[in-house]
Design a protein around this ligand. Sequence first.
Ligand code: FMN
Length: 351
Amino acid sequence: MNESNTQFEKRKRDHIRIALDPRSQADGQNGLDSIELIHEALPNLDFKEVDISTSFVFSGVSGNQSLPLSSPIFISSMTAGHENGREINERLARLSDRRQILMGVGSQRRELNDSNAAEEWLQVRKLAPRAKLLGNIGIAQLIKTPIDSIRRLVDATEAVALFVHLNPLQEVLQPEGTPSFKNSLIAIENLVKQAKVPVVIKEVGCGFSTDTLKRLEGTGIAAVDVAGKGGTHWGRVEGYRSEENEMLYQVAQTYANWGISTVQSMLNAEEAKVSYEVWASGGVRNGLEVAKLCALGAKKVGIAKPFLEAALQGDEALEALLNKLELELKIALFCTGSQNLSELATKRVIR
Ligand SMILES: Cc1cc2nc3c(=O)[nH]c(=O)nc-3n(C[C@H](O)[C@H](O)[C@H](O)COP(=O)(O)O)c2cc1C
């Protein structure tokens, strides 16, 4: 991609502004309205006993490792291309630090060509030394980048894991996109072998089919975040970056509802019977939805846009959002008679 840093910054700013526009949301399409948890009128526990803590377990260089987390909720990867970009990342990272939740950083593509770009993380790490960050790179970049450079991205953020995002619809609708995905699976396998951290594969809002999830089995990845349809839709976001009379705008309208919903992706994961962890995201907007996804088998649940909106307001708004999400999640556990997330995962749901 041959664009100057100024062009790159502007493009990212566009992304944030347009991602926050309600037209970019595939509202009502995450499938969660069709899932009900079963109410338990007689839970055999006190509310204060409800425990939403969990951990990220993976096989690392020194055997199996376990990273304790206060809840399955994580901040989904977001580019910080905004005039307050660094501040947004700092606020999100400080929340991850204070509250011990995972945080995906936005795409680190720019750091591959601009060593100064990585320096932002030094400051973030000073302010948030205990933040549990996951690095982020797109599959199109991974395919053509030497592994040493990818490792540097992990080192720069001191990441506990690396997200690789798969975004074919977005790449093909971006005027400056890189829709070159040939040999993706081999690139993922090589990365897993050579990265020193666990690799997590994600979409960006179009979900996963049973077949794709099966194809990822055997690559050695730690997890897939299905990042299904139902929230921020990158076909829409890319379309709205063009003018109405431009072809890409019109083509993006055709693909405005493309993708596999978050719930369908989770059902596909169940059918695929994969051995890696399955994480869920895509249009998750409250703690009850987090609980429904945990009941469907998600080990972690990611949220992007609401965390961005809160980060733009400040630390208090971020704390309030996480408090609300956690309370809603705890209530779901209590009212299904589940003391912890393992018990919730055994509960039957109504589809
Ligand atoms: C402003 C913004 C920037 C994003 N940037 C990235 C990115 O750089 N890398 C990535 O993997 N996903 C990125 N995403 C996608 C999210 O991680 C997530 O998969 C998707 O937005 C669905 O989450 P949501 O419906 O909760 O917003 C971004 C999302 C938003 C809203």
